[in-house]
Design a binder for this molecule. Structure first.
Ligand code: RNT
Ligand code: ZN
Length: 417
């Protein structure tokens, strides 16, 4: 193995600090990342043609080669997955259904996702799910399940109920838990008079959605808060307090999206607090640049802090790690590869920390040593362990993957016109 020599030297350096590198690798191998299908086609889906993305989210760029069909998206995912070490999950949105006939969101059934299930089984992957409460005429008012219009509210409640049945089907078929994430864009552009009624309506709509009995051992319901979206700058029904309160009261999971808080707030600090009062959690790892701009996840300080929060405490066992970004200005397969490899790298980086030793220093009040060692650790030969892990798992080492993505772009993506 070409990475072995550097790995052995690095291993010895970590061992001197009391870090067991092989155990870190074993732990990393078990962690699954849920790849979001929507990076592959700019959140378009296959159910409706030429629909504009709504709900206050936006994809920018028109890089050639986006997937137009389920088969193309699966082909692109296969390529991305061949460059990502480990077995992972796919996170589907409802609009990625492939019905034979025209159906609407309130008519979706498990059979409309058969092709995805077949693909997931073939790849030994789990499937997570999301109702799509945007990019649809019924969401044009800016409100979905908290709408004051009975018809609109009923439509979205029905859609969400069906999504839970579909999630249960995914879990049964793949024999892995399915996390269903509920996010609603509901809100006002300008200052509302009544900040209370929409929240009451959202709470009772959620009660109705969750009244459908599904196997709670297999299906995890998560709800995602947001501070604001484009066009809903003044009021968001599903605010952080609303979502936290609802989840804790009703024993649901919270989804923390890295881009859904004020710019100086970080989810790495929220993780332990949320998990103190809930059983499981979903993360939407994303990278906000000034706002919820959903940039590709990079190996930055907050990503490392998220990984530390999960690993140091063991909370990773109760956390479902999903990704959420959509960049149409670069090769979309590369976006998946970069973001997912970075998430895994950050987890490995955290796993290679002598946490017990640092914790002891902290308890003893030796903050000088705590700072000195955490800073020195930043330049330990972590990359040698990562390279070895990639080679061991049969995926490209370092930037080798880039040439393969470029080749795929030349041979396949550039022909999609
Ligand atoms: C929107 C939320 C939500 C979406 C996906 C597509 O701000 O983050 O999770 O990004 O459902
Ligand atoms: Zn999100």
């Amino acid at each position: 193995m070409k990475t072995k020599k550097a790995y052995q030297l690095a291993k010895a350096q970590y061992a001197a600090l009391g870090v067991d590198v092989d155990s870190a690798i074993r732990q990393l191998k078990k962690i699954k990342i849920s790849l979001h299908c929507w990076q592959g086609d700019d959140v378009n889906g296959f159910m409706f043609k030429d629909i504009e993305l709504s709900g206050g989210i936006q994809t920018t760029g028109n890089y050639p080669g986006k997937a137009r069909t389920g088969d193309e998206l699966r082909q692109d995912l296969d390529v991305a997955l061949s460059m990502i070490p480990g077995k992972h999950k796919l996170n589907l949105h409802a609009i990625y259904a492939e019905p034979d006939e025209k159906v609407d969101l309130d008519e979706l059934e498990p059979k409309h996702f058969e092709k995805w299930v077949e693909w997931a089984k073939k790849n030994e992957m789990g499937l997570d799910f999301n109702p799509t409460c945007f990019s649809h005429p019924m969401a044009d008012s800016g409100f979905t399940i908290s709408s004051a219009d009975d018809n609109v509210r009923k439509f979205w409640i029905e859609h969400c109920k069906r999504c839970r049945i579909i999630g249960e089907y995914f879990a049964k078929e793949t024999n892995q838990k399915s996390v269903i994430n509920f996010w609603f864009p509901d809100g006002y552009k300008d200052t509302p008079i009544d900040r209370d009624a929409p929240r009451r309506r959202m709470a009772s709509a959620l009660d109705e959605v969750f009244s459908v009995k599904v196997d709670s051992k297999r299906v995890v319901d998560a709800i995602e808060s947001k501070v604001f979206g484009i066009g809903a700058e003044s009021y968001t029904v599903g605010s952080n307090e609303f979502i936290m309160g609802y989840a804790v009261k009703n024993k649901k999971s919270v989804c923390l999206d890295a881009g859904h808080f004020h710019p100086t707030e970080v989810i790495s600090d929220k993780i332990p607090s949320v998990l103190l009062f809930t059983n499981e959690m979903l993360l939407h790892v994303s990278r906000p640049v000034r706002w919820d701009s959903d940039h590709v996840v990079t190996f930055d300080d907050e990503l490392k802090a998220i990984a530390h929060s999960l690993i140091r405490t063991g909370l990773v066992k109760r956390t479902h790690i999903g990704l959420d970004f959509f960049d149409a200005s670069i090769n979309r397969v590369a976006a998946w590869v970069i973001g997912t490899r970075n998430m895994l790298k950050a987890l490995l980086y955290a796993l290679l920390e002598p946490t017990e030793m640092l914790q002891k220093l902290e308890l003893e009040g030796d903050y000088t040593s705590r700072l000195a060692l955490t800073e020195e650790l930043k330049s330990y030969p972590f990359n040698a362990i990562w390279d070895y892990y990639c080679e061991m798992m049969g995926v490209p080492v370092r930037e080798e993957w880039l040439a393969l993505v470029k080749q795929y772009e030349d041979e396949v993506l550039s022909k999609r016109v």
